[in-house]
Every structure is written in C-alpha cells, then in structure tokens.
Ligand binder design. Structure first.
Ligand code: MTE
Ligand code: LUZ
Ligand code: MOS
Length: 752
C-alpha cells in the first residue's frame, strides 16, 4: 500500500501546524533569548519594547504560576532564565504581540546587561574542568586489563564526530488557545504530546487533565521534537493562561537553529587488542559527550552509546565509559540513532586503525569478529536470532565483493588524479526504549454503525509512514478496504500517558496495541456471527474482502451488515487496548539486563571516487542488505533506509556544525551549513531485503526501520579514508568527522 500521505503532500493539501485556521484575536509569540553564552544577568530593561504599539505583554519567569522548570530526566532547565544564562539562544522572555513584525521590533529594543563568565564549548574542556550533567556510566564485560596483556597487537587512538542539525522542514512551533473553565488546548508539532502536556501542567501549576495536546503531523522531527518541541508549547500555553487569549508561535529558521540543540558531538578515545587470527580480544573506549548546557535527553543518549559501543561484533573483554559533559551550547538532544551512531563510529575507527597498522583490509577484521547467536553483549543480553554473519555473507556475495575490489584496484592503477575507496559497514541496532518503563502504548478503535472505523494511537506521523502502517493493521485485521479506516489525530484526551514517537518503536508498540484492540472487537463480532448464522462453536469465522467467511468460504453476511447487527444487539463496538513489551528488563545498578526486544541487522558496501585535485568526492554506490524482518510496507521501509542512509552520509561528510569560542553558532544558515541534496545521493543505492523469518516481537514480524540504516552512512567516512590512502600513502589516518572536501584535500597532500 502506498503511503496514505503522499497524495496530500504532493498536492500541498496535507495540514501542518501552520495551516490551521486560528481563532480571531490570536496573538503572536516570539522568544527573546540570551545573546551571551554564559553570564550573570545584571539588568534587563523591557520598557522601550513594552511601549511599542501592538505589544500585549512580555512574559518572563516572574509570570510563571507553577515551576520554572522543563527538565525531563533531570530538573536542570528553566523555561526562562532567571539570574544566569548558559548558552546563546537560551530563552529569557516571551514577547506576545499582535503581529510578528511588531514582536521582532520589540525584541531589538530589549536591553540586557550580562556579566560574562567563562564559556566552554567542547566536551574535552568541560571534562578537564570536571563539569558534568550526570554521573558517568560504565559497561564492563570480563577483564580488559588482563586481556590486553594476552593480545598480540594493541592500538590506541582518538576520534571526534561532530553534531548534526535536524533541519526538519517544518520548524518548531505551537498554537494554544483557552477552553472553558481554565482548561487549555495546545496544537503542537511534537513527537511527545504527553511530554508537552505534563510539562505545561508543571509550569502552569495545573493538572494534566487541564491540558489537551493535539498533533496532526510533523514536517519532520528526526529526534529534534522528542523533547525540544516542549518549551514553545509551554510558552504559548503560558500566554493563554496569563492573557486568556489564543497564542501562536512558529520559530523562524534562524531562531530555530540558534535556540535548539542538535546531535551530540563526541570526543572519544579507544584501545583495541587483537590476536594473530584478527580476533578482537579486548576493547576499551571512553566517550566524552558534549551535552550542552542542560541534561535534556543526554543521559539516555549516553546510555545508548554504550549499548552500541561494540556494534555488530562479539568482543569478549570490554570496558566502555561515557561522560555527559556540560558546556555552554544549547542542550543537545535526540537525533536519529540516539547516541548509537556515535558509539559505532568509534569501534569502526578502532578497526580501521588496526587494519592500517597490520596492513590487512578492515573487512577482514570486521568479518572475523561478527556477532553470533549465544554471544553476550557487554550489557548482559544474550544475542538471539543474530543476522550479522547472514547479512554480511549475503551482501558480499550478492554484490560480489572480490569483483568490486578488483575493479577498484584496476581503477586506482590506471588513474593518477582520481582514486576509489571501499568500506563495509555492518550494523546492529537495539530496538526498545533503553528506559524499560517507556515501552508501552495504547490504541482506541471505534467501529461506527455503518462499518467504517476510526482509530487513535499514541503514534505521531512525522514522515516515517507510521499512520499508513496503523491503517494497514486495521484493514488487515477486519478484512476491510483501507478507505473505510480513518486515522485520527494524536490527542492526549483519546490516548493518554504516551511515550514519545521515538526509538524506532512506534509502529511496534502502537501497532501491537492496535492489533490487540482489533482482535478483541473481532472476538465480539465473531460471537454475533455464530448466533446470527447459527454456527456451532468449532466453525472458523474470519473477515476478508469486506465480508464474513465461514470455514474458509465467503458467506452472504457482509461486514457492514454484521456491524449493524452487532450494534442493534447493543454490542460494544469500541475498544481501548494496551501493549507493553514483554521480557525486557535492565538493572542500572549492575548495568546488566535484557533491554532490547530484538536487534536490527544489515551490511552495506560503500564505494567512493575522489577527485584528488579538488578534494571533492562522489559516492558511486551504496549496496545494502538490510534486515527488514518481513516488511509490512516495502515502499515505506525502502524510503526509510534511503533517507536514513543519506542523512548518515550527510553527518559524516558535509554537515559541519560550527560554534565560535564565544559559543555563537556560525553555521546558522543553509549557506554555511551544507546538507545533502540530490547531488549528494550516491549514484546507485541498491537495497536488498535480507531473507529471514522476521521476529515475533516486531509488529507482524516487520522490524523497526526508522533509525538503524542511518549507520550505513558511517561506511562513507571510511571509504573516503581508503581512497585518500590510495593517492597518498603518507597521509595520517584521521577519525575526525565530517570528512569535508577541505579536510580531504589537506589529507591528500599532507606529508607525514
Ligand atoms: N522519517 C521521516 N520522514 N521523518 C522523521 O522525522 N524520524 C526518524 C525516523 N524516520 C523521521 C523519520 C526517527 S529519529 C525515528 S526515532 C523514527 O522515524 C520514529 O518513527 P518510528 O518509530 O515510527 O520508526
Ligand atoms: N528516546 C528515548 C530514544 O527516550 N529512549 C531511547 O532509548 C531512544 N532510542 C532511540 C531514539 N530515541
Ligand atoms: Mo528518534 S532520535 O528516536 O526521535
């Protein structure tokens, strides 16, 4: 089935937050933010701004009736700065005006005096000064110290991966308006409607039932709206509470880029030990996460880095630690992969280093260490239904690795100023929120008396196609046409206490709840069929092609007629079901457990051609064997792999976040921050589904697909490195992403 949104998107008919007709008298909100990255607020003078015609009110922390606190995991983030500021872009006040242009004029008239304090922008500096967001975390398997002594080879190195701007097409925003009796409704572009509801209640001094949050769809989230859609919604709601008028805020792109956090930059160190057979015997890594000025989701992201520190390999002795370092940047946040990619880059860098020193291709080391059933992850989970070796074999045979290598060798021999490089990237990504209590969802299904169906879940559509998948589940369960099923908006009054749409688990969690609701309704309807057709209880009843089937044969009873029959018999045609992932657990005091329902596997082969005069490059091909399980929607899932791959390549090759030493974002426009465009897409992207059984823990055996393929992009980095080496064997290995053409050029002509 096609993505049900594609038609509306292409025709411009799909509704986003900014398309909603607002109520008469809706006011416009604009954030006044800190111009200084760290300091004490001495004085703020709003008087000139307040004098402007059309300024309704400038709200500050003094106007907050509840708590001035929006921190989710750790309460360390005020909605509005009080005495101190900790990053450029930190909200200080919320200007509410008749129009945006007046609000913008007012913003320029606010005078703020700040006594400046030292600014820290890198994780390393923060680490040296002992500035942390939360205590360090450490995963250990067996004994690395002893194991290194037994290794034939031991190598160490350092890596850096930069941040990444989410660049969702639709910027952050929300629209809030008063309901009766002091209640407030918020329409938000958030991945986490419950998070918005809960935080609004906290800041406004209300209860959660006073706040209704509704989400239509997002123009992209990519993790950037898991936690960071909340402040704008709270500000708009605060405006409603104080002024009793509707308030809307949509961030302009510059404001969005300056004020919001990004993927976490990581500075890391590794130590890897191997034996003569190229088995990795021991691995240590220390990750310094640049968390920014407040926790946001950083501790959870740090945790996922550790969960993926050994990627798709079994290593018998492991010690990995992560430090969440506090800096004067906007709080960094969730971004597709959630710390996993940062962890996986480091083990791949360690393997690249070993390959270089031992003069064997990296893939020989990778292949010798692939995970197998029964292996233990450093966090205690025993690997089951592992597809590492399977996907590796299918990729290297299907795409004929020896032939690819031969072609590259010939090309490199024949060309002086163009060189090719190849890298293989196996992936292994754990599915479930690593915070076990978050793995649950609910769904509400109404069968209307005419046989049409309306469904609500906690899932937020943000382009990943989850609504289409939900629709398929219901159409399949009831055996009715998809156009008889309507997906309602995501709304906290219909489905409550939801986890955010994140961790690639949305279709699994919400889909399983939805399927359960449908099954319960089907049981009731089957009873009606038994009675109506006077069947004995053993007769099998099923629903297909808008009809009731009895013992595998189509009966004269149609779906619509059956529903009416049930309605007249006063049967309940609505169901609200709950699903919680079974079997998972994790004990943080021991750092051991079984946190993931399953893993997603795959292997990619990336080839690149370098222009050794300009330092530019083009990816010839990315060939992937990916573990979809049994995909319930190949069109959507292929799109997810392609999009994630290109986003991953962007992160590692061209997207260069840059802050100056005063904490000012330099890469704050699309002319200074380069994202992949159509020309950056590899000439050939071929995705072959891995042939497997699928996994029972996945919805209809269709595995989660949103985040894992981003990590195929890591292959791009190492392919470039290999091509550079073919041109200049003297260049030093570097693990400093992104590998921009500028850095490539320097490496090409570097003499060691
Ligand atoms: N695809 C599109 N088009 N837009 C997005 O914002 N977000 C990604 C991924 N794919 C995203 C996307 C991220 S970060 C996650 S966690 C998953 O979708 C979330 O959706 P799922 O759980 O339904 O896979
Ligand atoms: N969000 C979260 C996530 O809160 N917990 C997770 O484990 C996670 N994983 C991936 C993406 N978002
Ligand atoms: Mo995705 S980073 O879990 O929103």
């Amino acid at each position: 089935m096609k993505n049900k949104d594609s038609r509306g998107h292409v025709r411009g008919e799909s509704l986003f937050l900014d398309d909603i007709n607002v109520r008469q008298g809706t006011l416009c909100g604009l954030v006044f933010d800190s111009p200084i990255a760290h300091g004490k607020i001495k004085n703020i003078d709003y008087s000139e701004a307040e004098k402007l015609d059309g300024i309704v009110k400038i709200l500050t922390h003094n106007d907050i009736p509840g708590e001035n606190q929006i921190g989710g995991i750790i309460p360390d983030e005020p909605l509005f700065a009080e005495d101190e500021v900790h990053y450029i872009g930190q909200p200080i006040a919320f200007i509410v005006a008749d129009t945006l242009s007046i609000a913008k004029k007012a913003r320029k008239l606010i005078k703020v005096e700040i006594e400046e304090l030292p600014v820290i922008t890198t994780a390393k500096e923060a680490f040296e000064k002992g500035l942390f967001i939360s205590p360090l975390r450490k995963f250990e398997l067996a004994d690395t110290t002893k194991a290194f002594e037994d290794c034939n080879y031991v190598f160490e190195g350092e890596t850096f991966t930069n941040g990444q701007e989410h660049l969702y097409l639709e910027t952050q925003g929300s629209y809030a308006f008063p309901l009766e009796n002091g209640n407030i409704k918020i329409i938000s572009s958030t991945q986490g409607p419950t998070q918005v509801q809960k935080t609004c209640a906290r800041v406004l001094g209300l209860s959660m039932h006073n706040i209704e949050v509704e989400v239509i769809r997002l123009g992209g989230g990519f993790g950037g709206k898991e936690d960071q859609a909340t402040p704008w919604a709270v500000m708009a709601a605060l405006g409603v509470k104080v002024l009793n008028r509707p308030v809307k805020i949509i961030l302009e792109r510059h404001d969005d880029m300056r004020m919001t956090g990004k993927r976490h930059p990581y500075s890391s160190r590794f130590k890897i030990g191997l034996n003569k057979q190229l088995k990795i015997i021991a691995f240590e890594a220390e990750f310094l996460q640049n968390s920014g000025a407040a926790a946001d989701l950083s501790p959870a992201i740090a945790e996922r880095t550790l969960f993926h520190a050994t990627n798709s390999y079994f290593i018998p002795n492991v010690k990995v630690t992560v430090h969440s370092c506090k800096t004067n940047l906007p709080p960094n946040t969730a971004f597709r992969g959630f710390g996993g990619p940062q962890g996986m880059f480091v083990i791949e860098a360690a393997i690249a280093k070993a390959s270089d020193k031992l003069n064997v291709p990296a893939y020989k080391i990778q292949e010798a260490n692939l995970l197998a059933d029964g292996d233990e992850f450093p966090f205690g989970q025993i690997a089951e239904h592992v597809e590492s070796q399977n996907s590796w074999k299918q990729a290297t045979t299907h795409f004929n690795l020896p032939e690819e290598e031969r072609k590259i060798a010939v090309f490199n021999q024949e060309n002086t100023h163009a060189k090719k490089g190849l890298a293989i990237m196996p992936i292994c990504f754990g599915i479930s929120f690593t915070n076990t209590p978050m793995n649950h969802a609910r769904a509400l299904v109404h069968i209307y008396q005419d046989g049409s169906v309306g469904i609500s879940t906690g899932a937020v559509e943000m382009g990943q196609g989850v609504n289409t998948k939900m629709l398929q589940i219901v159409a399949m369960a009831f055996g009715i046409d998809p156009d008889k099923v309507k997906i309602e908006t995501t709304n906290t009054t219909r489905v409550a206490n939801t986890s955010p749409t994140a961790a690639s688990s949305t279709a699994d969690l919400n889909g399983k709840a939805l399927l359960k609701a449908c099954e319960l309704l089907k049981d009731r309807l089957e009873n009606v069929v038994q009675q109506k057709l006077k069947l004995n209880p053993e007769t099998s009843v099923s629903f297909k092609e808008n009809s009731v089937w009895v013992d595998g044969k189509k009966s004269s009873l149609g779906w619509k007629q059956l529903v009416m029959e049930a309605f007249l018999k006063r049967i309940n045609l609505s169901e609200h079901a709950h699903y919680a992932t079974p079997q998972i657990h994790f004990d943080k005091s021991k750092e051991k457990g079984h946190p993931f329902a399953y893993h997603v596997y795959g292997t990619s082969i990336t080839t690149v051609t370098l222009d050794c005069i300009r330092g530019t490059y083009e990816f010839d091909a990315v060939e992937i064997v990916h573990d979809f399980g049994q995909s319930m929607n190949p069109g959507i899932d292929l799109g997810q792999v392609e999009g994630a791959l290109v986003q991953g390549i962007g992160w590692l090759t061209m997207e260069e976040i840059s802050y100056d030493k005063n904490g000012r974002l330099l890469s704050n426009t699309l002319s200074t921050y380069k994202v992949p465009d159509i020309y950056a897409v590899p000439d050939k992207v071929e995705i072959v589904p891995l042939e497997t059984e699928g996994n029972e823990m996945a919805i209809l055996k269709s595995k989660a697909v949103g985040e894992p393929p981003l990590m195929y992009g890591i292959g791009a980095y190492f392919a470039i490195q290999n091509a550079i080496r073919a041109f200049n064997p003297n260049s030093r290995l570097k693990f400093d992403a992104p590998f921009t053409p500028e850095k490539v050029l320097l490496s090409l002509y570097e003499q060691n």
